[in-house]
Design a protein around this ligand. Structure first.
Ligand code: B12
Length: 219
């Protein structure tokens, strides 16, 4: 099968909520040497976007959204061990979280896996985490990067709340703040004073590597 066919099988498997189909396509794609990042970004991810559109149009209900998320989780689990890191060394700490009120974690989990593969130590605080808990974790772990995810328009302001709390605790200069999630725009990120809005997981991880590399060059 060509790469295109595997990517289509992954995409359609997500749309059709086909657990076995996605697991099989993911396994076969990896055995055929398809890039695992392509399998996630160009196969499963576009499928998930279509599931979102169907939900918006009322063609899919919440239950289907939940199943699609589980199917994608399964697919990501199959391909993650095939992602190769560029560095075996420890690149530093990242605290990552989905902000309060938000339970979406597929994107955050992909970013977490990719960061770990790259050599970062990642402290994943989970989903629906209140600002004060995030601040306590940052105080405890002293990361160089804080990654926040939010997919709901309603929960996006929580990201600004965290940045304000970092400032209030004199911690803003000590960390880089990167945001992710479909609804986040560059304008929004700039308006709350974040350092970067990731285009996708891969680009976000590249930005994190860039930050720590330039930090190392300065030291
Ligand atoms: C799957 C899904 C769910 C699942 C989530 C399961 C899970 N464990 O994550 C479930 C069913 C639980 C769910 C629930 C809800 N959902 Co929902 N959901 C989706 C859906 C279809 C896909 C999201 C997804 O996982 N995409 C795949 C991942 C890989 O993509 P991603 O999250 O964007 O992440 C990528 C990048 O953004 C980036 N990234 C993400 N985070 C981060 C963080 C960092 C640091 C970095 C660097 C990068 C990064 O990397 C990822 C890979 O490139 C979207 C539609 C869509 N098109 O996005 C709706 C969507 C987000 N949901 C929506 C809604 C309304 C809800 C509910 C309110 C529905 C309801 N009526 O109850 C609830 C809210 C629950 C809550 N409190 O959070 C709306 C949000 C509208 C809005 N703008 O506010 C959307 C857009 C659907 C729609 N079109 O209406 N949902």
């Amino acid at each position: 099968m060509s790469e295109e066919k595997y990517l289509t099988a992954l995409k359609e498997g997500i749309i059709n909520l086909d657990f076995d189909g996605v697991a099989k396509a993911a396994k076969e794609a990896m055995e055929s040497g398809i890039d695992p990042n392509a399998a996630i970004n160009n196969g499963m991810f576009p499928g998930m976007a279509i599931v979102g559109d169907k939900f918006e149009k009322g063609e899919y209900f919440l239950s289907e959204l939940v199943v699609a998320a589980e199917v994608m989780r399964e697919g990501v689990k199959v391909v993650t061990p095939f992602i190769k890191g560029e560095s075996a060394s420890k690149l530093g700490k990242v605290v990552i979280v989905t902000v309060e009120g938000d339970h979406h974690d597929l994107g955050k989990n992909i970013v977490t896996s990719l960061l770990r593969v790259q050599g970062f130590e990642v402290i994943d605080l989970g989903v629906d985490v209140a600002t004060d808990k995030i601040i306590s974790a940052i105080k405890e772990h002293q990361p160089s990067i804080v990654g926040m995810s939010a997919l709901l328009t309603l929960t996006m302001p929580k990201m600004g709340e965290v940045i304000e709390a970092l400032k209030a605790n004199s911690m803003r200069e000590k960390v880089k703040v990167i945001l992710g999630g479909t609804s986040i725009t560059e304008e929004f990120a700039a308006s709350i004073g974040a350092d970067h809005k990731a285009v996708n997981a891969l680009e976000g991880v590249k930005k994190c590597v860039e930050w720590v590399s330039s930090q190392e060059r300065r030291n």
